[in-house]
Design a protein around this ligand. Structure first.
Ligand SMILES: Nc1nc2c(ncn2[C@@H]2O[C@H](COP(=O)(O)OP(=O)(O)OP(=O)(O)O)[C@@H](O)[C@H]2O)c(=O)[nH]1
Ligand SMILES: [Mg+2]
Length: 453
């Protein structure tokens, strides 16, 4: 934390500008070694005279020659993203300029930032709590309006606010229970156990309501896993390509063409999908194909929705066996090759399509969308949505401790035992906002960030 770090805040390459962000105690001294307002000769800026929230036009110098024209924006501690002194150097885009400035900064003692290090510093300097820091990463990777909204709600502290008020409620109960212990000899009752029981029950319900939003939240943030499955040669890869509007998967008339699954992102009607093409399921002695079939089955299990594809020209009567473990609401039955089916027969128990002519694809698209909307519906009834497994686990752990506290009350346990369980419940939800998070948890969170954030 004592070092001064830097990283590109924009993608380095052919672009309009590149922004290089520097943060740490030595930021403005480092800047003084390379930045001059004059183009005539290198006249270092005075670090003391740089005003916060001000942009300075000038030139980055290496020795006596100009590397690039630049604009430097200054943020003085604590009014910056990280809470430290921060400078953002905007140069022309291009990897050559970036490399030159990067070398200059390194030789003046600045070090490359780790992934997420700026946000980690912001967290340690109290600029945001841990749930807000996680929301920064979610916001960067959001691909739809819904995902963006969800991350923003968390970033602006709405979720943390709810957690903090639940935490305060628990602190309050502990304080009363512990205070009552001090007056135990006088026999003063500060907390009615009946009241406490009712309040704990209510809290458990609140926590459970929050955890119930996780399935929808996860899908909003990461996308609907939509697997295309079926016997070999039914047209799975053709459907995959149709949706992607490109020839991504190899298609051939030879059964067993797709060996390993393929996964591609797809956005339809504002919903994000992870579209998965799988190997045709059949009994085979081929070792590679066998592995492909095993992976297909795994993908079926992991999917939120499954397109069960059947060849309408030669429907396999046992096709349903491949999805018998999957709940029916998750499965859309698709009859493919309607264009060459004898008499072009449609089937009432599924959607008939042709991946070649596009017939029926609109209907399929609509059916997928309806099911996907249903999957994210859980989020509509709640203003707070959990999309993070860690948050859900902390809430579940907290529920367990509250249930223990409840049992203590019911079996006449002493105040110290009840309070112990409530404190443990409080610690668990405090972990969500980072009040009790350990180093491993923090490392795990911040290493998933991109460089420069
Ligand atoms: N006429 C017609 N042919 C189709 C249609 N869909 C796929 N095909 C043809 O069916 C053959 C198999 O298509 P694929 O998309 O490779 O089938 P797959 O299910 O991915 O096959 P595997 O990867 O081997 O499991 C190819 O020759 C396709 O051109 C369709 O709707 N109509
Ligand atoms: Mg295929």
């Amino acid at each position: 934390m004592n070092t001064t770090i830097f990283a590109p805040a924009t993608l380095v390459g052919s672009s309009g500008i590149t922004v290089i962000r520097i943060s740490g105690d030595e930021t403005f001294c480092m800047l003084a070694k390379i930045f001059s307002k004059s183009a005539e000769r290198f006249e270092p800026v005075d670090p003391e005279k740089l005003s916060s929230h001000t942009a300075y036009h000038g030139y980055v110098f290496h020795d006596e020659s100009i590397v690039d024209e630049a604009v430097v924006t200054v943020f003085r501690s604590p009014n910056s993203y990280t809470g430290e002194d921060v400078a953002e150097i905007s140069t022309h885009g291009g990897s050559f300029i970036y490399r030159k400035i990067s070398n200059l900064l390194c030789s003046s003692g600045c070090i490359h930032a780790e992934p997420g290090e700026f946000t980690k510093r912001a967290y340690f300097n109290g600029k945001m709590d841990l749930a807000q820091a996680e929301a920064v990463a979610d916001l960067v990777k959001a691909k739809t309006d819904q995902a963006n909204d969800l991350a923003l709600r968390q970033l602006t502290g709405k979720f943390s606010g709810r957690i903090k008020s639940l935490r305060e409620e628990l602190i309050n109960y502990c304080s009363l229970l512990e205070l009552e212990l001090d007056f135990s000899e006088e026999g003063i009752d500060l907390v009615s156990k009946e009241d406490l029981l009712a309040k704990i029950d209510k809290l458990i319900e609140k926590f459970k309501d929050l955890t119930r939003t996780y399935e929808s939240g996860k899908i909003i943030l990461n996308g609907v896993n939509l697997a295309i499955i079926g016997k070999p040669n039914v047209g799975k890869s053709s459907i995959f390509n149709y949706f992607l509007r490109e020839s991504r998967a190899i298609v051939s008339e030879i059964p067993g063409t797709t060996r390993d699954y393929l996964q591609e992102p797809l956005i339809m009607d504002g919903i994000q999908y992870n579209l998965i093409d799988t190997a045709g399921i059949r009994i085979t002695e081929d070792v590679i194909e066998k592995e492909g079939v095993r992976r297909s089955k795994l993908k079926i299990e992991e999917s939120d929705l499954v397109l069960e594809v059947i060849d309408l020209t030669n429907p396999d009567p046992n096709a349903d066996n491949d999805v018998k473990e999957v709940s029916r609401e998750k499965v859309i039955k698709v009859y493919n090759k309607v264009d060459i089916a004898p008499g072009g027969k449609e089937r009432s128990d599924g959607i008939s399509i042709s991946a070649i002519t596009g017939v029926g694809m609109d209907k399929l698209h609509k059916a997928i969308n309806e099911k996907a909307k249903f999957l994210v519906m859980g989020s509509e009834s709640s203003d707070i949505i959990i999309a993070n497994e860690r948050h859900r686990d902390c809430l579940l752990k907290s529920c367990e401790y509250l249930t223990n506290a409840r049992n203590q009350i019911l079996t006449g346990g002493g105040n110290e035992l009840i309070s112990f369980e409530i404190r443990a419940a409080m610690d668990s939800i405090s972990e969500i906002i980072g009040k009790t998070a350990n180093v491993d948890i923090l490392n795990n969170i911040f290493t998933k960030f991109c460089i420069g954030k």
